[in-house]
Write a protein that binds this ligand. Structure first.
Ligand code: THU
Length: 129
């Protein structure tokens, strides 16, 4: 499966504009590729009860899963507030769940260029039943 890293980052950037982050003011967008090759976007949305916040990555993964995807092949993350915005620990665990046999690729932006990693590098010895 060909992965267009720049396009995925562009879609992550676009959806970061919809982020609801009145508390942290840290806006994040994500774009994930499902096993079908289709792309899905998501953004973070916070809550007055802070612990209920959903990260952009998990929002995008929920979007993909609810459209019938069973695997997540790639995750691109963008924040206007941070170069190289990596997924938090909770999102790494959620991404790991859907990696399948493929090693999900993690795409961040560094100095306006895509930087690629693999989920098993970000979450070594990941837990899965
Ligand atoms: N956030 C994400 O959306 N993804 C990450 O990987 C890191 C953190 C959000 C959660 C919260 O709304 C804000 O960024 C600050 O933590």
């Amino acid at each position: 499966m060909d992965i267009d890293y720049k396009k995925m980052l562009e879609l992550a950037k676009e959806v970061s504009k919809n982020s609801y982050a009145p508390f942290s003011k840290f806006h994040v967008g994500a774009c994930v590729m499902g096993g079908s090759g289709k792309l899905y976007q998501g953004c973070n949305f916070e809550n007055s009860s802070f612990g209920l916040t959903i990260c952009a990555e998990r929002c995008a993964i929920g979007n993909a899963i609810s459209h019938g995807e069973k695997q997540i092949l790639a995750v691109a993350i963008y924040s206007p507030e941070s170069d190289e915005c990596y997924p938090c620990g909770a999102c790494r665990q959620v991404i790991f769940e859907f990696k399948g046999d493929f090693e999900t690729e993690i795409i961040t932006e560094k100095n306006n260029e895509p930087k690629i990693d693999k989920i098993s590098h970000l979450l070594p010895f990941g837990f899965k039943i």
